[in-house]
Design a protein around this ligand. Structure first.
Ligand code: 13P
Length: 238
């Protein structure tokens, strides 16, 4: 069954947790990463039906890092997963593959599942470098163990733009990622879930998620309401 994960990014105030309550009432297979400020309230209203996660974590357990949140802190709030390496973190905060790898390792040590994001820019795709970029990101950011790991392929040019790769392009690059994961992890790489992210909506979810090696979606804008995220999950389930 496809895994549908909502990434709320820097959106949502207290009244938004009503959407998570509505998601929990509608389905029991959604995951949502609200902003840090809503995690504790989201965990309560999700009541175990929707899994709640963070959008980032620090690589250290604790210490003098003003404004940062550790994986242990997320776990302490009841989060069960964390997104690391999102392209917006890589761009806005200068996160490197080595940073992403350290965060993934820290998250696993705290018992969180990890959604590790990779994806090329438009210029890189136009230059025919998409596979090389994705391969380099995987080489630099994957932890040593596949345990608890989920990969999210999010082409930067498809995020928030309404544009998506063709189904054939999605199948091709997800197949490429699968090959790399098997090279890296052996048989465990075959079982890893690879999400697609970038302008997933209720009306394109079935087509994109129907491609081989696509195990679900990481959804931004269309994850902010229960109606939209549940519609994506319903479309993905056929
Ligand atoms: P959109 O679904 O808004 O394109 O965002 C995708 C994304 O970045 C999810 O992490």
């Amino acid at each position: 069954m496809a895994l549908i994960v909502g990434n709320w990014k820097m959106n949502g105030l207290g009244d938004s947790v009503a959407e998570i309550a509505a998601m929990a009432a509608a389905r029991s297979d959604l995951w949502v990463a609200p902003p840090f400020t809503l995690i504790d309230r989201a965990v309560i209203v999700a009541a175990g039906a929707v899994r709640i996660g963070g959008q980032d974590c620090h690589a250290k357990v604790s210490g003098a890092h003003t404004g940062c949140v550790s994986a242990a802190m997320l776990a302490d709030l009841g989060a069960s997963f964390v997104i690391v390496g999102h392209s917006e973190r890589r761009t806005d905060n200068g996160e490197t593959d080595a940073d992403v790898r350290a965060k993934a390792i820290a998250a696993r040590a705290a018992g969180l599942q990890v959604i590790l994001c990779i994806g090329e820019t438009e210029g890189q795709r136009d230059a025919g470098e998409a596979e090389a970029i994705v391969a380099a990101q995987l080489a630099g950011s994957l932890p040593d163990s596949a345990d608890g790991l989920i990969i999210a392929y999010e082409p930067v040019w498809a995020i928030g733009t309404g544009r998506t790769p063709t189904p054939g392009d999605v199948a091709a690059i997800h197949g490429f990622i699968r090959t790399r994961l098997v090279e890296r992890f052996g048989p465990a790489g075959q079982g890893l879930r690879i999400l697609y992210g970038g302008s997933v909506k209720p009306d394109n979810a079935a087509l994109l998620l129907g491609q081989p090696n696509v195990g679900g979606a990481l959804v931004g804008g269309a994850s902010l309401t229960a109606a939209s995220l549940a519609a994506i999950a319903a479309a993905a389930a056929g």
